[in-house]
Design a protein around this ligand. Structure first.
Ligand SMILES: *Cc1c(COP(=O)(O)O)cnc(C)c1O
Length: 389
């Protein structure tokens, strides 16, 4: 007879991790340890709360410095940064963009905002990110290269870009994805929304793509309340990004001249002030996240039927949302685990519903997604607030 998951033991282990905490444990809470109050107050005192003020430029500077990239452009949220990034690499109406199905819906939504169509690809159990080997053989079957572009033979549409996601902060194996992009003339837009501070072979995630997007939503490792940023190495892309985020207004002391249909996507000063204080704390936040992850790893080492998901060789994860992977034969017990944890005040979550199963995206092109579906059925996100350590 099959052994059941020892849910009581799992909950005991969780309680040991949170032994110093009183009250319910949420999945993620922001942590404010430094200058957050004084910087935000300064915005209020001086009246600089909106689209101008010193903190936005300072935030961009600090972010670029931290991730070791020349340009960062702050946006109203991560989805807006992704949307801009896709536009700037040339994604147009009625083209296709390769997107993992195991991601937050925002990745696919940004593609839709361009009038383009997400084409869903599978993930690997090793990284939780895009399976580049499987994708390479799939592209070999369904696509052809003509006129400098990659075309889907079945739909006739150009496959313009790929958006790998560093899932829950764990870096995708990015080098094979870059090779694929070179071989198939596909542009690389990194969704590093969750992975600020994570590295692949020592280099920050978000600095491998032609452009990348980061999110500063309230549940991300650094928050600006709501916010995002686009990262790039290319000065011309940076200039265009800034132009497009500020309604494509031409600089002038008083005239309203706009030379394109732009967006109101620039991060307000109030949010950037919070962000500057948060970025000052980032090394400490990363340190706490790592220690919390190591504690989970130790507690779950001896528990049968589950496996704490660890960073892979050559990578450094920010452990944004910690992942407990149930063994294949325990997937049906996942909901019971979530319910019982909730009853004792511990909030855990399943992975996202794979995007190809969501109503707006059910008819999109896709490859075999069996691994993404399998992973989605047995991932449990553990409480991951930096304050838990
Ligand atoms: C959070 C997130 C986004 C979107 O960021 P917002 O700032 O919420 O718009 C995009 N992709 C992934 C994978 C995310 O986790």
């Amino acid at each position: 007879m099959k052994r059941r998951l020892d849910i009581s033991l799992i909950i005991d282990m969780l309680k040991q991790v949170f032994e110093r905490e009183k009250g319910p444990i949420s999945l993620y809470e922001p942590t404010f340890l430094g200058n957050e109050w004084s910087y935000v107050n300064e915005c209020l005192d001086t009246g600089w709360v909106s689209s101008a003020g010193k903190y936005v430029n300072q935030f961009e500077h600090l972010l670029a410095e931290f991730t070791e990239i020349p340009y960062a452009i702050a946006t109203v949220n991560g989805t807006a940064a992704l949307h801009l990034g896709l536009l700037l690499v040339g994604v147009r109406h009625n083209e296709e963009v390769l997107v993992p199905s195991l991601t937050f819906i925002a990745t696919a939504n940004a593609v839709s905002y361009c009038g383009a169509i997400p084409h869903f690809v599978d993930s690997t159990k090793e990284t939780l990110g895009i399976d580049s080997l499987k994708l390479r053989s799939y592209l070999g079957e369904i696509s052809e290269i003509r006129a400098g572009g990659c075309y889907n033979k079945q739909t006739g549409r150009r496959i313009a870009a790929i958006v790998p996601v560093h899932t829950f902060g764990h870096p995708v194996e990015i080098e094979p994805v870059i090779e694929l992009c070179q071989d198939y003339s596909i542009k690389l837009v990194e969704d590093a929304a969750e992975s600020l501070g994570s590295r692949y072979k020592g280099q920050h995630t978000g600095t491998w793509g032609e452009v990348s997007a980061i999110s500063f939503n309230g549940n991300k490792i650094v928050t600006t309340g709501g916010g995002g940023a686009l990262l790039t190495h290319d000065p011309e892309v940076a200039r265009q990004a800034k132009h497009l985020t500020t309604t494509a207004k031409l600089p002038h002391p008083w005239a309203y001249e706009h030379d394109q249909v732009g967006y109101n996507y620039r991060m307000p000063n109030l949010n950037a002030a919070l962000g500057c204080a948060q970025l000052e704390q980032l090394p400490e936040l990363l340190n706490r996240k790592r220690k919390l992850a190591m504690l989970y790893k130790e507690k779950f080492r001896a528990v049968d039927g589950v496996c704490f998901f660890e960073e892979k060789e050559n990578t450094l994860s920010n452990y944004w949302l910690n992942v407990l992977l149930l063994d294949e034969d325990h997937a049906e017990e996942r909901n019971e685990l979530l319910e019982r944890a909730l009853r004792v005040g511990i909030q855990m979550r399943p992975a996202w519903t794979p995007v190809h199963q969501l109503k707006p995206y059910q008819d999109c092109p896709r490859m075999d997604l069996s691994v993404a579906e399998n992973l989605a059925s047995r991932i449990v996100n553990l409480p991951s607030s930096p304050k838990l350590w």
